[in-house]
Design a binder for this molecule. Structure first.
Ligand code: ATP
Length: 302
């Protein structure tokens, strides 16, 4: 029996960041959206543990660890420990489509997918609340990858609440070969904002734009507190955003901590036109996608 679970990448429509807490984490007020760029994680029965990773030609396989540093292995150990199991038995494989270290939470998606797949494989019937709690220990973005859709994230991002969102929003994601370190971007944010408020900025206007399904209002209210820090570390990103907006995207911004740049468009056709312009300019990995889509879900029962 093999369970394959698909989990989506995320875009932060709003990423409000407060001053670091005593535990070192930054308090966030974020609005996540799951988009249709997904990784698949498959789990089969096995006497031991093994992990393989398949990547498309535009992802460097060296970027994804195969040992205990892979978040899928950590997810397996944590789920097992939650049920009093001391060993993990599974043949795990990850089919990646989400850029690595791109600010689209690819590792988090894999962790969420692994939790759902192993819960089925090992017949654990873990409650939703427990899965969300385990996910939050694995990483701040992992609970969102479980629920998908559009959601408000608070705490350090791990406390998630679904947001009603009936629209289809069309995105272009421009990926980069060299990723960025999320901790380095946060460190630079702290240098830029030594007097940051402990309360991250609210997303009320953006949530209103989603509630009424107004793409122009959403474009006007997209917000990422990490953008300036990402621009400072990678000045080329500001040019990428200016180019996309010049080609007709309603608004471009850095996804999460970067370096992926995402562009909101008025329609699918507009998104395809912006993507073509980037391709003609020589950008190799340009994805057209839409959100919101479902969180981690089983796609095969073979
Ligand atoms: P976020 O948006 O949550 O900050 P990200 O998209 O920027 O995440 P990831 O793709 O999750 O970054 O990868 C961050 C690092 O995690 C990688 O550089 C890699 O070393 C490590 N990693 C561990 N497991 C995985 C995995 N399954 N897939 C990708 N990277 C992984």
């Amino acid at each position: 029996m093999t369970y394959t679970v698909r989990a989506p990448a995320k875009i932060n429509l709003h990423l409000g960041v407060g001053a670091p807490r005593e535990d070192g984490f930054h308090p966030l007020l974020t609005v996540y959206q799951a988009v249709g760029v997904c990784d698949d994680v498959s789990m089969s029965r096995s006497a031991g543990w093994s992990l393989r990773v398949d990547v498309p030609d535009w992802i460097d396989p060296e970027l994804v660890p195969l040992d205990g540093d892979n978040i899928v292995h950590r997810a397996a150990l944590l789920l097992a420990a939650h049920h009093g199991l001391t060993e993990v038995h599974a043949e795990a494989s990850i089919a990646k489509q989400i850029p690595v270290a791109g600010g689209m939470a690819g590792g988090s998606a894999d962790a969420a997918a692994a939790l759902v797949a192993l819960d089925r494989l090992w017949e654990l019937e873990t409650s939703d609340d427990d899965l969300l709690q385990i996910a939050g220990v694995l990483g701040s973005d992992v609970p969102f990858a479980l629920i998908g859709g559009t959601a408000l994230g608070t705490g350090r991002g791990e406390l998630v609440e679904p947001v009603a969102d009936d629209a289809t929003w069309w995105w272009v994601a421009v990926c980069h070969d060299v990723g960025m370190s999320t901790p380095a971007v946060y460190r630079h944010f702290d240098e830029l904002h030594p007097d940051a408020s402990p309360e991250p900025p609210s997303a009320d206007d953006l949530l209103e734009a989603i509630a009424v399904g107004d793409v122009h209002a959403l474009a006007a209210t997209l917000h990422n507190d990490l953008q300036q820090a990402a621009f400072d570390l990678r000045p080329d990103l500001a040019e990428v955003i200016a180019f996309g907006e010049g080609e007709g995207a309603l608004r471009g911004m850095i996804s999460g901590s970067g370096p992926t740049c995402v562009f909101l468009n008025e329609s699918a056709d507009d998104a395809r036109a912006v993507a073509s312009a980037f391709s003609e300019k020589g950008h190799e990995t340009v994805l057209v996608t839409h959100g919101p889509v479902a969180g981690a879900h089983v796609v095969t029962y073979a």
